[in-house]
Design a protein around this ligand. Structure first.
Ligand SMILES: Cc1cc2nc3c(=O)[nH]c(=O)nc-3n(C[C@H](O)[C@H](O)[C@H](O)COP(=O)(O)OP(=O)(O)OC[C@H]3O[C@@H](n4cnc5c(N)ncnc54)[C@H](O)[C@@H]3O)c2cc1C
Length: 291
């Protein structure tokens, strides 16, 4: 199907894009990689009157470390993370995710920021952002504001980006040498959305106890969810198999997946337990701990 007709604005600077979004309010919509928005328009699930294309804005295409954060610009493609050697070396959670989002063609067009702004419950970058405690930088009428990811993700396909606003970058705290992650995703075939997935990031203290845990699940409810009870259970403890099992058992308590062609609700719920358990185990193994 063809999309409903729309006006197209090609922005060359952030100021131009922002001015167009302010002018058109709810009628305007940012076009990033277009990998979710264009299909939605073709199915007439989205009918923006004005598309504001941010792809020509060179200032928004960056991937760099600064002031303790990995900064991912709004037009930075998934593939940029997948193939950066320094990301491969130091960001195990991001590396794992960047290889399993969709397929290579989508990853060369889709953006990380666009994916988080889209906030699809089956999107891989939202749970990743929760586990790594990311922050989104949003430009609004009153200037820039930094929104912690837990506040940014409001509901299915809804974020803290308000009418006339745009997201400029996602900031992920740089993991130290005692931090590792894992992304566990099951899919029907390569390139598919998750049947269910879990993002995990674990930091250890010098004495081997867990300093911080980030755990979130994908495609297990209306929105990616932080498994806060599992995180709290891990922090301060020495890793053990019993501890991992107990923490993983917290995931199905909050999961509420829909039954669909990918599996029954019961199956997906139980897979949240399995995948969180595998994720914690793999993150610990990367830290040299075999629980
Ligand atoms: C065949 C196929 C398979 C896929 N499989 C997966 C998968 O397995 N896992 C997965 O996570 N994703 C998957 N996707 C989605 C893909 O990763 C998309 O690229 C991503 O969800 C959206 O990124 P985008 O840059 O294309 O955003 P767009 O499609 O351009 O935009 C998506 C939404 O976010 C808004 N938006 C984008 N950027 C901004 C911004 N800077 N400020 C404010 N709002 C903004 C747009 O207005 C729109 O509403 C798949 C897509 C396809 C086509």
């Amino acid at each position: 199907m063809f999309p409903a007709s729309f006006e197209y604005v090609r922005a060359h600077t952030t100021d131009e894009a922002f001015a167009a979004l302010q002018q058109h309010g709810f009628d305007g919509r940012v076009l990033a990689g277009g990998q979710s928005l264009i299909p939605a328009m073709r199915y007439r699930l989205a009918r923006p009157a004005v598309l504001v294309d941010i792809n020509p804005i060179k200032d928004l295409e960056f991937l760099k470390e600064e002031n303790g954060f990995l900064r991912i610009g709004a037009t930075t493609r998934d593939a940029a993370l997948e193939f950066a050697p320094w990301i491969l070396q130091r960001y195990s959670l991001i590396t794992a995710v960047s290889k399993v989002v969709a397929d290579p063609i989508v990853r060369h067009m889709g953006t990380v920021v666009g994916s988080v702004c889209h906030n699809d419950p089956a999107g891989d970058w939202t749970a990743t952002s929760l586990a790594s405690r990311a922050v989104m930088v949003v430009r609004g009428k009153n200037g820039l504001r930094e929104v912690p990811i837990d506040e940014f993700l409001v509901d299915s396909y809804t974020t803290a980006v308000e009418e006339g606003e745009m997201a400029l970058e996602l900031k992920i705290p740089i993991p130290d040498a005692h931090t590792q992650g894992s992304y566990q995703k099951i899919e029907r075939k390569v390139g598919d959305y998750a049947t269910c997935a879990a993002a995990v990031q674990i930091s250890l203290n010098a004495d081997g106890t867990i300093r911080q845990a980030g755990i979130a699940i994908t495609a297990a409810g209306p929105i990616a969810m932080r498994v806060a009870a599992a995180e709290a259970m891990l922090v301060g403890q020495k890793p053990s198999l019993e501890l991992i099992k107990a923490a993983a058992a917290e995931a199905p308590k909050i999961a509420s997946p829909n039954a669909d062609q990918r599996g029954s609700s019961e199956y997906k719920k139980d897979m949240t337990r399995v995948l969180v358990g595998r994720g914690i185990t793999e993150a610990l193994q990367r830290l040299g701990v075999n629980a």
